[in-house]
Design a protein around this ligand. Structure first.
Ligand SMILES: NC(=O)c1ccc[n+]([C@@H]2O[C@H](COP(=O)([O-])OP(=O)(O)OC[C@H]3O[C@@H](n4cnc5c(N)ncnc54)[C@H](O)[C@@H]3O)[C@@H](O)[C@H]2O)c1
Ligand SMILES: O=C(O)C[C@H](O)C(=O)O
Length: 329
């Protein structure tokens, strides 16, 4: 017997790779816990609705005790009706000959209307995670088009980068991932991101004393920042199960609180660490009482400052490009 009322979760791009890896874990209770029933709403473009309906048939066949219902639609208004948790996964991938500005414009055509639909139809306490790339700027667009929803409800995913960084460090040190704390991803979910080990610890020991700087600069940082490309190269498709797992980690921690230490998430900047207010940038964060808080007071050596500034400069350029196209509402 379940103990709480159902939570409505909307997943866009539900027929895609990440959607397929994500939906079954949500329905099994991995995201909202073993006592919370789930109403799933799957949003797809018309051409992929049939495939999403196939996924819905499989969800039914799993006989998940927590799965209250599954609706499939191509209408953002009905997909976000009453949504408590919105996972915006569906996005337009970069095609041959597309410039970055074309990609931003194509995605604005998706995230602007979805932001407005969230504004008009979602639950008052909706939480939004943007996974579809360029995730930070797509979240900025969605938030700008949801003027009645507090901006802190819009986030973008850098938890996959965070998890990659923790895993790479644990491999290097030959320790369990659970020994690692204090890792941060700063900036954009792109190759410009800064995976920062300055404040990291392993089993309580400061990491900078355990690994040499050359490894951090020439192996760790590029490996984590370019891991997406490494996966595409090996798999012939972009990361899907690991992205789905990171999305589940992000929402679970947002609702339940971060266990100890901190994690990374792209949240709307309040000006902390000199990141311009309003940009959706990755920070060290804790979730307290159901809200993300940026961890304050970390010292930033020059090496860190330069890398954060470089990634933030890319976010500013993306913001200015979409603003120039009139896409920020
Ligand atoms: N932030 C991260 O860490 C991270 C990690 C991995 C992938 N991604 C990004 O996630 C996105 C999805 O990846 P994927 O592998 O699932 O891609 P995919 O191509 O397999 O699936 C994308 C799905 O989105 C759907 N879609 C497109 N426009 C839509 C719209 N307007 N409304 C609803 N659905 C729509 C498509 O029909 C497709 O089924 C990509 O942009 C990818 O780059 C982000
Ligand atoms: O890197 C990519 O293009 C895909 C995705 O954002 C990833 O980080 O795996």
């Amino acid at each position: 017997m379940t103990e709480t009322s159902p939570v409505t979760v909307t997943v866009t791009g539900a027929a895609g790779q990440i959607g397929y890896a994500l939906l079954f874990r949500i329905a099994s209770g991995a995201m909202l816990g073993p006592h919370t029933p789930v109403r799933l709403k799957l949003l797809e473009i018309p051409a992929a609705v049939r495939a999403a309906e196939g996924t819905a048939l499989e969800l039914s066949d799993c006989a998940f005790g927590l799965l209250h219902s599954v609706d499939v639609t191509d209408s953002p208004a009905s997909a976000f009706d009453g949504t408590d948790v919105a996972l915006l996964v569906g996005a337009r991938p970069r095609g041959a000959g597309m410039e970055r500005s074309d990609l931003l414009e194509a995605n604005a055509g998706i995230f602007g209307p979805q932001g407005r639909a969230i504004n008009d139809h979602a639950a008052d306490d909706v939480r939004v995670l943007v996974v579809g790339n360029p995730a930070n700027t797509n979240a900025l667009i969605a938030a700008a088009n949801a003027t009645d929803v507090p901006r802190e409800r819009f986030t973008a995913m850098t938890r996959l980068d965070h998890n990659r960084a923790v895993a790479q460090l644990a491999i290097k040190l030959g320790c369990p991932v659970t020994d690692i704390d204090g890792v941060t991803i700063w900036g954009n979910h792109s190759a410009s991101q800064y995976p920062d080990l300055t404040h990291a610890t392993a089993g309580g020991e400061p990491v900078p004393a355990l690994v040499d700087e050359a490894w951090i600069e020439s192996e760790f940082i590029p490996r984590v920042a370019r891991r997406g490309a490494e996966i595409i190269d090996a798999r012939g498709a972009s990361s899907a199960a690991s992205a789905a797992s990171a999305a589940i980690d992000h929402i679970r921690d947002w609702i339940d609180g971060t266990p100890e230490g901190w994690t990374s998430a792209a949240v709307v900047s309040d000006g902390s660490y000199g990141v311009p207010e309003g940009l959706v940038s990755s920070f060290p964060v804790r979730s307290v009482d159901g809200a993300w808080e940026i961890v304050q007071g970390l010292a930033l050596p020059e090496f860190s400052r330069e890398r954060i500034d470089a990634s933030v400069a890319e976010l500013i350029a993306e913001r200015d490009a979409v603003r120039g196209l009139g896409l920020l509402g």
